[in-house]
Design a binder for this molecule. Structure first.
Ligand SMILES: [Zn+2]
Length: 405
């Protein structure tokens, strides 16, 4: 039973008051069999733990393992050219006409074998774990055919079995209409073929749709969510990113666990989300790369919406899996308080993927998922942005990353 001691500050949200960070000076943390047994001031460490194996936190900050609750982890290729063209002023339509956008990633993904995709994804997961991330939600959506979508979800199943991070899989067949497909028949294939097969094999927990006039209409999305929910896949949305298209209201109507992006959401949409308990997931790296207005934290607070922050890691609009970078942007751009940002990437992110009873805070009974950060406080960590301030990541009680001195 290891004891992590010499913690300068242990900062964690608590399940009972998730909006507030609970901090303990000169703290210790005890765990056994991957589960937390005790946290508190080192002076109050119970007698029975005093002789156990000690790990020294070096007087650093300890936070819950970070949870990236929105990624598109499995993909082939990159879209560097497109990034440069967009900086030069090319429009979405021009990019799409030149063969770019989601369609180009679908083509690049199809060129890779499952082993090659796995190799790439393992590299990204190692990078994420070195930053203090211990759980990632991963969406399909670069297959856009029955076989292609199932292949990406099979990739996530393999990743769950072959590396330590928790992977939460989401089906996003409704990411885009494939160029070669007829709209109606593609939506029908999602409802009649993909959802039943994926649900019967337990390959996904959530059903996501890119609800936007350039992607799927509210009516198409509603039909997909109904089919998903009937098969046991809870709705999640890419909503109101480019326009206020009614995505937030639809999220409330279908009982979605989260609605993500929301750069263009209306207050009426946010109010409906608050009433229905839908979590807003902010994706500030995408706001930065697409030069979209930051959704102000003040509006979320005013409407009473709970919020999380994630990377949206994908090769188009958010080509970075650096969750602490997203958190710094959420503070500087969305104007979250640093402690709200920590909650947004831990306990609220856990709630956005239905993991809140197991992870997201450092409390007895929860998974021993935590990160040791070289900073004096949460605010200092997010203010003084560095390539990597994480010195150790522990997942289910086991060290999965340690910085070289
Ligand atoms: Zn996304």
């Amino acid at each position: 039973m290891p004891v992590l001691s010499n913690i300068r500050l242990l900062s964690t949200p608590l399940a009972a008051s998730p909006g507030r960070i609970h901090s303990i000076d000169h703290a210790a943390l005890v765990w056994r069999d991957g589960k937390i047994l005790w946290t508190g001031s080192e002076k109050e460490l119970p007698e029975q733990y005093r002789t156990e194996e000690r790990w020294d936190a070096g007087g650093k900050l300890v936070i819950p393992g970070l949870i990236d609750c929105h990624t598109h982890l499995g993909f082939g290729g990159w879209r560097t050219e497109e990034f440069v063209r967009k900086i030069g002023g090319a429009t979405y339509e021009e990019i799409a006409r030149a063969g770019g956008g989601i369609a180009s990633t679908v083509a690049e993904t199809a060129k890779l074998s499952l082993e090659e995709l796995e190799h790439r994804a393992l590299g990204f997961l190692r990078e994420m774990s070195s930053l203090g991330v211990t759980t990632a939600e991963c969406k399909s959506g670069y297959g856009l055919s029955v076989e292609g979508e199932i292949r990406l979800l099979e990739l996530y199943r393999r990743l769950s079995e072959r590396q330590p991070m928790t992977i939460v899989p989401t089906f996003l067949g409704a990411h885009a209409i494939p160029a070669s497909a007829d709209r109606k028949s593609y939506v029908a294939s999602i409802i009649d073929q993909m959802i039943p097969e994926i649900a019967s094999r337990g390959l996904a927990r959530f059903c996501d749709v890119f609800v936007e006039p350039i992607a799927f209409s509210v009516e198409e999305s509603r039909a997909i969510f109904r089919a998903g929910a009937a098969a046991g896949l809870r709705p999640k949305l890419h909503a109101d990113q480019l326009s206020d298209g009614g995505g937030a209201s639809l999220a409330a109507e279908v009982g979605a666990i989260s609605a993500d992006h929301l750069e263009a959401v209306s207050d009426a949409g946010l109010e409906r989300m608050a009433e229905a308990g839908v979590i807003a997931v902010l994706l500030p790296i995408a706001s930065l790369y697409l030069r979209k207005p930051w959704l102000a934290a003040a509006r979320l607070r005013k409407c009473g919406v709970r919020f999380a922050v994630a990377t949206d890691f994908n090769p188009g609009s958010a080509p970075s899996c650096h969750l602490p970078f997203a958190l710094t942007l959420s503070v500087a751009g969305n104007r979250l308080h640093p402690e709200e940002a920590l909650s947004a990437a831990t306990i609220a992110a856990a709630a956005a993927i239905a993991e809140g009873d197991r992870r997201g805070s450092l409390e007895p009974g929860k998974a021993a998922d935590f990160a040791v950060i070289d900073a004096e406080s949460v605010a200092h960590w997010l203010y003084h942005f560095r390539p990597n301030a994480c010195v150790m990541t522990v997942k289910d009680g086991k060290k999965i990353y340690e910085a070289r001195n």
